[in-house]
Design a protein around this ligand. Structure first.
Ligand code: F6R
Length: 264
């Protein structure tokens, strides 16, 4: 795992978007794993800008979202399907037929989870998986005690996650209690992971995920097992990291990061 600390949330999102843009340029038919949430909104603004101002071409990319609420139809504005169209898909040139979000209103949810896993396999697996972290330490909706080898399935949301996301619903208690989510095992099979973490409310959980023991209580900690995982965070989120000096050193010295040190 590598940790890259940036001065503020915008710089962290901007760096993440530059890495994604470079991956798309290197492999135009990249299979992207995508996340939703407040942190990603800033990132998607930068990706839209890469497309609009620098011609980043998504026309051959394929995408798979991590999760979707059970019971929300795609046209529901709170669905992650609607979120993705609003913040990214309708603002870039991705072919909507190549975008995939689990169907939260499938008649048979278990069959839908199996179909989703099979579809990812059929596309050759995920090349670049984008992740955020919830205050409960989750990636996707892999709540505490999710098996570290879990696959796409239905999960019950914790009270903490419900409290975190309820303000986005009107009324807040209309938030669904369950979601379909890719499993921790599904995420770990992706070729590269990028986790974007910003803000003071993520300070404690980020330190646990990055420097604590690998535990199903904090499913993001399983990323320590991934051979190519980069965590990009801002200074507020990094406040409790013990190894900060080393992480700063990596970004300032490793050749891999040289081109990203200059803000273009
Ligand atoms: C949603 C997802 C979640 C979020 C996490 C952080 O697709 O994968 O794990 O990334 O809950 O959400 P925000 O950014 O709203 O704090």
């Amino acid at each position: 795992m590598e940790v890259i600390i940036q001065p503020d949330p915008n710089a962290a999102a901007r760096l993440t978007s530059r890495i994604i843009a470079d991956e798309v340029r290197r492999n135009p038919s990249l299979v992207l794993g995508l996340a939703t949430g407040r942190t990603m909104e800033t990132l998607y603004k930068y990706l839209v800008r890469e497309h609009r101002d620098h011609g980043l071409d998504f026309s051959l990319c394929r995408s798979f979202n991590l999760d979707e609420y059970v019971g929300l139809a795609p046209e529901n504005p709170n669905s992650y399907f609607a979120y993705m169209n609003r913040h990214l898909f309708k603002r870039i040139n991705i072919d909507l037929r190549n975008t995939h979000v689990p169907n939260g209103v499938a008649a048979d949810l278990d069959a839908e989870c199996e179909r989703y896993e099979a579809l990812i396999r059929r596309h050759g697996g995920i090349d670049l998986q984008l992740l955020g972290i919830g205050r409960a330490g989750h990636i996707g909706f892999n709540e505490p005690l999710s098996a570290l080898r879990s696959r796409t399935r239905v999960k019950s949301l914790t009270p903490e996650t419900i409290a975190q996301n309820a303000p986005l619903f009107d009324p807040p208690d209309s938030i669904p209690r369950r979601a379909i989510t890719m499993g921790v095992g599904t995420v770990l099979e992706s070729k590269r992971c990028l986790m974007l973490v910003t803000g003071k409310e993520k300070t404690e959980v980020l330190a646990k995920a990055v420097e604590g023991p690998i535990t199903s209580m904090i499913t993001a900690s399983a990323l320590q097992l991934h051979p190519r995982c980069t965590v990009i965070c801002d200074e507020r989120a990094a406040e409790k990291l013990q190894g900060k000096d080393y992480y700063y050193w990596i970004f300032s010295n490793e050749p891999e990061w040289e081109k990203y040190r200059k803000d273009l």
